[in-house]
Design a protein around this ligand. Structure first.
Ligand code: KE4
Length: 428
């Protein structure tokens, strides 16, 4: 049996960086990734047989734990009827009905195959619906790898976009304006200056790609008001927060109604699924109901729908999100107490079943604060926890994810590992 190292050596000759998605390569934390052989409940096992308590959960989908029997059996039943039809199928109707029931702002939805497809399509729809070209995003927020999103704040008051990746034309990046998250005045100033040119503002209502940074009180309402006033669409990218921070997502948790919502991760139950949706009059501009084109060979795939529907059924159990939140709070409170006891500057954030860990004694509310944290110390903590059988997200700028398979014993085991891991930070 090959070792993790042997596999990574070979993988690097076959895939860019040896991975099919960059963050998996452990570049920001150092060292080499392990290769997972199987997963079950709260655990991953690598090809060397080492077991990890997993707080990444495939980057969010595994909210009921890995390999849940109900999801597995639903997929097995669907596979028995065929893998893909390329025609409409009943499961797509059930999925659309379920989404609208759980997220009432989504009157009409379209399935796609990733969060990136969902956000790319939502942006195209906002531009087509409004006839405007500019979009607004937030520094530190990630919406997938669509060209329009690979843009960082440029210089100057209008923060014209500057590509963060080769291959993104400057002309396109210029159409993406960037704001600092949780800054009320900056958003007001931008909309006062160019509000009539803005097709849509896309935001992670709880950013989870600059670590986990909750919105300040009233901030999402402020964005809602600005978009309404200036005729721009408010797009909540709930690929990560959807069905995780509350059953109805962040829009239910904070009581804000966006014009469009993008979904992914949990909605697929571990299979490749994304979706976007919103008001009927907006969504019915999408082909073939309207002129704005978007399509996908495997969109609404029956096996993927079966996995997603089984997971969406499980998370509707009475008290599911309250208990998930309680367990997440138990974890972050335990970590905070251990860090305090070890005299380590540390703070945490939590919304529902997602959390953030920061090596700083500040309350982290902005991208600037997040990037000023002690990432070197995070990286040492990450490695120490991995050595002790706990897998945190391999980056100081990712959120952590709780699942209902992580019971109190698993959390206690995690805190036991953390006690020892924190101690190593003081010894070096
Ligand atoms: P995908 O195209 O990776 O399915 O979704 C893109 C996306 C869109 N919106 C939000 C808020 C997201 O968090 C994501 C993807 N999240 C990352 C984790 N930070 C996926 C992990 C990866 O890139 O491998």
């Amino acid at each position: 049996m090959s070792s993790n190292h042997q596999m990574f050596q070979r993988a690097q000759t076959l895939m860019p960086g040896g991975v099919n998605s960059p963050v998996r390569a452990f570049k920001s934390v150092g060292g080499e990734p392990f290769f997972t052989a199987r997963a079950d409940g709260p655990y991953l096992w690598d090809v060397e047989g080492k077991r990890y308590i997993d707080f990444v959960g495939s980057w969010g989908p595994m909210i009921v734990g890995h390999n849940h029997p109900a999801v597995r059996e639903s997929v097995a039943r669907a596979i028995g009827h065929g893998l893909s039809f390329g025609t409409p199928c009943p499961a797509e109707i059930t999925m659309a009905e379920t989404i609208s029931k759980l997220v009432p702002s989504i009157e009409v939805s379209r399935m796609v195959n990733s969060g990136t497809e969902a956000t790319m399509s939502a942006i195209r729809l906002a531009r087509g619906f409004t006839g405007r070209s500019r979009i607004v995003k937030f520094e530190g927020c990630y919406h997938g790898h669509g060209d329009a999103f690979l843009v960082k704040a440029g210089s100057g008051a209008l923060t014209f976009g500057t590509p963060t990746s080769p291959g993104v034309p400057k002309a396109l990046a210029d159409l993406t304006l960037t704001l600092p998250f949780n800054d009320f005045d900056a958003a007001t100033r931008m909309f006062d200056e160019v509000g009539s040119d803005i097709a849509g503002l896309i935001v992670e209502p709880v950013p989870g790609n600059m670590n986990c940074i909750p919105p300040r009180d009233g901030y999402l309402q402020h964005l809602r008001n600005l978009c309404t006033k200036h005729g721009a669409l408010l797009i909540f990218d709930e690929v990560m927060t959807g069905f995780r921070v509350a059953l109805g997502g962040a829009q239910a948790h904070y009581g804000i109604t966006p014009d469009l919502t993008t979904l992914g991760k949990i909605i697929g139950g571990g299979m490749p699924v994304g979706a976007y949706g919103g008001k009927r009059e907006i969504m019915n501009q999408i082909a073939p109901a309207g002129p704005i084109y978007q399509a996908g060979t495997l969109s609404g795939n029956p096996v993927a729908m079966a996995a997603g529907l089984a997971m969406l059924e499980l998370i509707q159990a009475p008290g599911f999100h309250a208990e998930l939140s309680r367990r997440t709070q138990l974890l972050v409170d335990g970590l905070q107490a251990l860090a305090d006891g070890a005299g380590i500057a540390f703070s945490t954030t939590r919304v529902g079943g997602m959390f953030g860990l920061f090596f700083s004694d500040e309350k982290i509310e902005t991208y600037a604060q997040a990037t000023a944290c002690d990432t070197a110390r995070f990286n040492r903590f990450f490695k120490a926890m991995l050595d002790r059988g706990v897998y945190l997200a391999p980056s100081a700028y990712e959120a952590g994810f709780m699942s209902m398979a992580h019971d109190e014993q698993i959390i206690a085991d995690t805190l036991q590992a953390a006690r020892s891991a924190f101690a190593t930070l003081n010894s070096a």
